[in-house]
Design a protein around this ligand. Structure first.
Ligand code: COA
Length: 331
């Protein structure tokens, strides 16, 4: 038997740069309430959302991803040639194959980086960060670009009361690279396929297309709300524990922006101290699924709520059901 050389990588990995793309079209609650027999007040009270962004036809998944990625590369001071792997987390790239990661890698000018998409819904970005960290530490890549991007407006039924006011569009990206110190804690992740029907495509593509429609998302809001508010707090605390960080040592909490009430419930259940800054990007961005955590962190940095070197907790959860949480050092 030949003696293979074992792969070996960097001692640690960390986030080196962060980027975001917010679509240009602002959609206030007033624009959507008639179609779902709702009101601005109901939407604000139940979800904390006042407006969201829906992409224009020109703001494609590719366009938004490349813009966010260029931002992240510039922020990291890393050239596209240094990227060995591009991971795109999305559920709203509407072509089955090829993965959109390959054309994004090409447009950015990487040297034929490995490129693939992952489908883990709203938890996709945190899955990507975990994989990037392991790829770097395992020696499979030097620098990895992780993008979370969605155009959920394409697959949201504007007349569906349970989803029309929640889902939105945008892109966020991070560059992950080698580090002397730990910058990404152990991931706590998992799935619960028994409850796959709680958030799902309403029907398969052929059935929807036969009716001249897109295969829209459907969600049982109440059980999702309860699951996210209670079960995910335990996952967050486990991620802190595994990273050796206490709630008192935490600077920022950046949960998936699903619903403002879930954000508040998680912070309460985890007994986060007053000093922990909490991401609240959902108020004017809606739920952008895989894009929500990098978008929320980008805003916190821009507005001075998070700074480079801070310790932040990510918790993401969504269709599948899927979830992932990790502690990171803010780039
Ligand atoms: N506008 C106005 N009224 C609405 C409505 C809407 N869009 N949707 C439902 N209602 C009404 C219902 O008819 C019901 O009325 P009733 O009490 O007279 O029967 C009432 O509001 C409560 O409905 P319910 O479905 O129990 O609402 P809720 O409090 O669970 O809030 C969500 C709905 C969607 C805001 C909430 O369940 C939620 O946020 N879930 C999680 C969503 C989420 O995070 N998804 C992403 C996970 S990645």
């Amino acid at each position: 038997m030949a003696g293979l050389l074992a792969p070996s990588g960097a001692a640690h990995a960390r986030l080196l740069g962060l980027g975001a793309y917010r679509p240009s079209r602002v959609v206030p609650n007033s624009e959507i309430v008639d179609a779902i027999d709702s009101s601005d007040e109901w939407i604000r009270t139940r979800s904390g959302i006042t407006e969201r962004r829906w992409a224009t036809p020109e703001e494609t998944v590719q366009v938004m991803s490349v813009a966010a990625a260029r931002d992240a590369l510039a922020d990291a001071g890393v050239d596209a040639h240094q990227i060995d792997c591009v991971i795109v987390a999305t559920v709203s790239h509407l072509s089955q194959t090829p993965a959109i990661a390959t054309t994004i890698a090409h447009e950015l000018g990487t040297e034929q980086a490995a490129a693939f998409d992952i489908s883990a819904a709203c938890a996709g970005f945190c899955h990507g960060v975990a994989m990037a960290s392991d790829l770097i530490r395992g020696g499979s890549a030097g620098h990895v670009l992780v993008i979370g991007v969605e155009r959920l407006s394409d697959i949201t039924d504007r007349a569906d009361r349970g989803t029309a006011f929640i889902f939105a569009d945008g892109a966020g990206a991070v560059v992950v690279g080698p580090s002397d110190e730990p910058g990404i804690g152990p991931v706590v992740w998992g799935s619960d396929g028994e409850r796959a029907d709680l958030i799902t495509q309403r029907e398969m593509w052929p059935e929807a297309l036969a009716r001249g429609e897109m295969p829209h998302l459907t969600m049982q809001g109440n059980p999702v709300f309860r699951w996210a508010s209670f079960a995910m707090a335990k996952i967050g605390l486990e991620a802190l524990d595994r990273a050796g960080v206490t709630v008192d040592e935490l600077d920022c909490f950046v949960p998936h922006q699903a619903n403002m009430r879930i954000v508040d419930a998680l912070a309460r259940s985890m007994k986060l101290p007053e000093h922990v800054r909490i991401a609240r990007d959902i108020a004017d961005m809606g739920n952008t699924s895989a894009a929500s955590i990098p978008l929320a962190l980008e805003r916190m940095k821009r507005e001075g709520e998070a700074k480079s070197g801070d310790t932040a907790l990510f918790i993401a959860f969504g269709a599948g059901l899927t979830y992932a949480a990790q502690v990171v050092i803010v780039p």
